[in-house]
Ligand binder design. Structure first.
Ligand code: NAD
Length: 472
């Protein structure tokens, strides 16, 4: 049992003013594995005050000084990779291969930001004006539970690269990861007040940060509903806002695709991060002429993608993070059946032979219409919808018929055709015949999947404001 008692303000571990204790679970066993003491609005205000006090000096630090700080952070987090890996398996239920990737990402992302900073032109000429990119001020960074450490560190490194100071509100369900990150950042010897971390509830600490006049910028990853609330909360003080929200991404299987490669990619995209991925390809668009062939292939592939104990290297799909999330996913499976979609594989309940843990049967529906609830709403679990289409033009219409626009996948035997289709998709990122991540490319959503971009100079500029200086 871990008891996580401290938050991090002004370079020190402090006991929060808030006194609520929140249980932490192992989603694979449903056992309570720890407790975290949550901060409250007063703690958030202290953290914001510390970040505000640290801003003038940190905003004047040089590029080289900031690169050195980021390198120390990267080394300190890398030294904790194994601990983060353990936390990701135990506290989040990530299957071991996924957890290893996530633990490594947590420090690699800092290196990516340092490389961006090394090349970035903070000053440029625009006609007769000198344009200087200035840090915005205090940044409020709010993360979800499906990659808590990675999101915190990516956002924090970018904010710091810009010269901003930060107040972080991590997911309250990921407090073990947060503790490890907090200790690593302390070991990295950052100037006090540059980074402050307050565990707490979203509607307490999160709302305080997103409405506080001394916070200039919010970067939020999470659900669209909370994203809207944050936008409203920041409106009064005209905060700069980056929102990385949900998705209902299409996987367009073109009629020339080789199913031997396309079907594993489809299932990989759909069940990524146990289905708890904003970028999961959950609407699978299949040519009606090849539907039966595709259905047979995907059933075989799903059976080879088992859900189970995240510590078993054979497991591809781990548990849902919480009982609430498990029930939500079950509700969507019921809804799909009620709405008349045909269950191809999976269904309600736990996978066969599993009696505990928030595990879901990897599930695929077929004959889904794009207006069914399971095709419109983000389920955030391993539940996929196969939607037949007549021709390429119809596939593109269906792909774009969604309020979301985060990601899309195109699978084809002809890469040039894939690129042509990709250019017609309304999504922030389109992957053709691959699931590879490109950290140098912008990441973010069209439409209701968000506002703004992360990664590379696109992400850095979200923490900067151009100032034009003209001298007569
Ligand atoms: P969530 O929106 O419920 O919570 C995210 C964070 O916001 C948590 O730290 C939470 O405590 C906080 N929060 C809750 N209410 C708040 C409020 N009123 N004001 C301020 N903060 C508040 O999301 P979740 O359930 O933790 O994560 C799942 C969601 O995140 C999914 O919808 C998923 O698509 C999305 N997501 C998006 C991306 C992306 O990059 N686009 C990545 C991962 C997850």
């Amino acid at each position: 049992m871990q008891r996580i008692e401290h938050i991090y303000i002004d370079g020190a571990f402090v006991t929060p003013h808030g006194s609520e204790w929140f249980d932490l679970f192992n989603p694979a066993t449903e056992e309570v594995i720890g407790q975290v003491r949550l901060g409250d609005a007063e703690d958030a205000r202290h953290a914001i005050a510390a970040a505000k006090a640290a801003f003038p000096a940190f905003s004047r630090s040089t590029r080289d000084q900031r690169i050195a700080v980021l390198q120390r952070m990267q080394a300190a987090v890398a030294a904790r990779e194994d601990e983060l890996f353990e936390a990701l398996v135990t506290e989040y239920g990530a299957p071991v291969s996924r957890a290893r990737w996530m633990a490594a990402y947590s420090h690699q992302v800092i290196g990516e930001v340092a490389a961006t900073l090394a090349d970035y032109a903070f000053e440029r000429q625009a006609g007769s004006a000198r344009v200087v990119m200035k840090p915005l001020g205090v940044a409020g960074l709010i993360s979800p539970w499906n990659n808590n450490a990675g999101f915190i560190l990516g956002k924090l490194a970018t904010a710091m690269a810009a010269g901003c100071t930060a107040v972080i509100k991590p997911s309250e369900m990921s407090a073990i990861q947060t503790r490890i990150v907090m200790e690593a950042l302390h070991e990295a010897g950052l100037p006090p007040g540059v980074v402050n971390i307050v565990n707490g509830r979203g509607d307490v600490v999160g709302t305080q940060i997103s409405a506080h006049p001394d916070v200039a910028k919010i970067s939020f990853t999470g659900s669209s509903a909370v994203g809207r609330a944050i936008l409203r909360g920041g409106a009064e003080t005209l905060k700069r806002v980056t929102l990385e929200l949900g998705g209902k991404s299409p996987t367009i299987v073109l009629d020339d695709a080789d199913f031997a490669t396309a079907v594993p990619l489809t299932v990989g995209a759909g069940f990524m991060n146990s289905g708890q991925a904003c970028i999961a390809g959950t609407r699978i668009l299949v040519p009606a002429s090849r539907l039966a062939e595709f259905e047979e292939a995907i059933v075989g592939q799903v059976r080879a993608t088992p859900a189970g104990d995240p510590r078993d290297p054979a497991t591809a799909v781990g548990p849902m993070v919480s009982a609430k999330q498990w029930q939500r996913v079950q509700g969507y499976i019921r809804r799909g059946i009620e709405e008349g979609a045909r269950l191809l594989v999976g269904g309600e309940g736990r996978p066969d032979g599993i009696t505990r843990g928030w595990l879901v049967k990897p599930t695929v529906f077929t004959d889904v219409r794009n207006d069914m609830t399971i095709a419109r709403e983000e389920i955030f679990g391993p539940v996929l919808s196969v939607i037949p289409y007549r021709d390429e033009a119809e596939a593109i219409v269906i792909a774009n018929d969604t309020p979301y626009g985060l990601h899309a996948y195109v699978l084809t035997g002809d890469a040039a055709r894939g690129a042509r289709v990709a250019s017609q998709i309304e999504a922030g990122r389109v992957l053709v015949n691959t699931l590879t991540h490109e950290p140098k490319a912008p990441f973010g959503g069209f439409k209701q999947s968000g506002i703004g971009r992360e990664n590379s100079h696109y992400g850095l500029e979200a923490y900067l404001e151009p100032q034009a200086v003209l001298v007569g």
